[in-house]
Design a protein around this ligand. Structure first.
Ligand SMILES: *Cc1c(COP(=O)(O)O)cnc(C)c1O
Length: 376
């Protein structure tokens, strides 16, 4: 009997030239966290996102968020406003800095940070403590957040925005790329993201000076001296030249990956939206999502769990939507501003297999399980 292989939520998808760039690193002996692939990968990203942005390649998206907070001088005793509906890596670096996250719930149109709650939170914190030092907003699942509204609130109170675009490389908002819409942008190239370097990330900044500062901090903050001289605490956060080779190959196929992921979304929508119990998040006008993961919302927790377990039975991976940070045990003492939206999405939502390497057969296998279950 033919054994079916496991279908993953989002697995790495190599384009073809990755190994060529990796081999170049070996033949030239650039096996180090610097070299031609690192520079080339940064150039590729800068060229892709356009504008006058500067990009530094790092060891992870988490490292990029951590450095972003340091560039904004977030420190002990500060508060940072953070989207609650996100992956924990958006919030953890706030704690690394000795600061406290203040969690903000989502609005229903994009599932991202609510501009209204953001303003309420800022006013509350100013009144009760002091002005928050920064805002971390996420383009969750590739859907851009309401950047105009978030930026307007941020500007009104003069608070900088860190844009967590870990899931949104290739997404656009009014024709500008996610990662370029705020003061500092962040990408991730973890194995499950739209392109991968196996592990990696990047920070997007507005000036050469900021880029140099990010690189300085990511390479142990060595002062200019013949010996090792340090006047700042640094990190080992730079990207390896070997892994940057994978990134260069992946940049060649990024647009194909975006197109494939958007096709996955259209496929699921076409076949599942006839069920009244299933709905899909549409793009507001002038929002372009890379559809990193296709998410559905169901009628109830029970229906969602039923679908998830039916898929699991056939060795198909699916997963509930992100559990909001304000509901996480590790952040139980954090202040939050909630409206029930992310909690409801967490209870009823499901992430479906969404890799750019899924075959037509894979998609139909997932669909058949779901339809069979929904028709019961
Ligand atoms: C993946 C991810 C990160 C962290 O990126 P790593 O490269 O895994 O450290 C941060 N935020 C969000 C929203 C992510 O999905």
């Amino acid at each position: 009997m033919l054994t079916k292989s496991k279908i993953y939520l989002s697995s790495p998808h190599m384009g073809g030239s990755e190994q060529k760039f990796v081999n170049e690193a070996f033949t030239t002996n650039w096996i180090a966290p610097l070299g031609p692939n690192v520079n080339g990968f940064e150039n590729d990203i800068e060229h892709y996102i356009g504008g006058d942005k500067h990009v530094a390649a790092l060891a992870s998206g988490t490292a990029a968020i951590h450095l972003a907070l340091q560039l904004l001088n977030v420190s002990q005793g500060d508060e940072v406003l953070c989207q609650s509906f996100t992956f924990s890596a958006s919030a953890n670096p706030i704690v690394y800095q000795g600061a406290s996250p203040i969690f903000i719930d989502s609005e229903p149109d994009t599932w991202n940070m609510s501009p209204e709650l953001l303003e309420i939170a800022i006013q509350d914190r100013i009144q009760k403590y002091k002005k928050p030092k920064a805002i971390v907003a996420t383009h969750l699942y590739g859907m851009p957040y309401k950047a105009k509204e978030i930026n307007a609130v941020a500007k009104k109170y003069d608070i900088p925005v860190v844009e967590d675009s870990a899931e949104a490389l290739g997404s656009r908002y009014h024709n500008n790329y996610c990662g370029t819409l705020s003061d500092i942008g962040v990408f991730s190239f973890n194995g499950n993201k739209i392109i991968t370097t196996s592990g990696g990330g990047a920070i997007v900044v507005n000036s050469k000076e900021q880029k140099d500062k990010a690189i300085f901090l990511s390479t142990q903050a060595r002062d200019n001296a013949p010996h090792y001289e340090h006047s700042t605490i640094g990190h080992n956060y730079r990207m390896s030249n070997v892994l940057a080779g994978i990134g260069r190959g992946q940049m060649e196929v990024l647009e194909e990956h975006v197109a494939a992921r958007r096709r996955n979304f259209e496929f699921y929508k076409k076949h599942l939206s006839k069920f009244n119990s299933i709905s899909f998040l549409e793009e507001p006008e002038n929002f372009f999502s890379n559809r990193w993961i296709t998410c559905i919302t169901t009628d109830s927790y029970e229906l969602r769990e039923g679908m998830r377990l039916a898929l699991q039975e056939d060795d198909i991976e699916s997963r509930p939507l992100w559990k909001p940070m304000h509901m996480q045990p590790v952040f139980k003492d954090s202040i939050y501003f909630a409206n029930g939206i992310s909690e409801d999405l967490f209870n009823r939502g499901l992430c479906l297999p969404s890799g750019s390497n899924l075959t037509e057969d894979d998609l139909h296998r997932v669909l058949n399980i779901l339809i069979e279950f929904l028709n019961l």
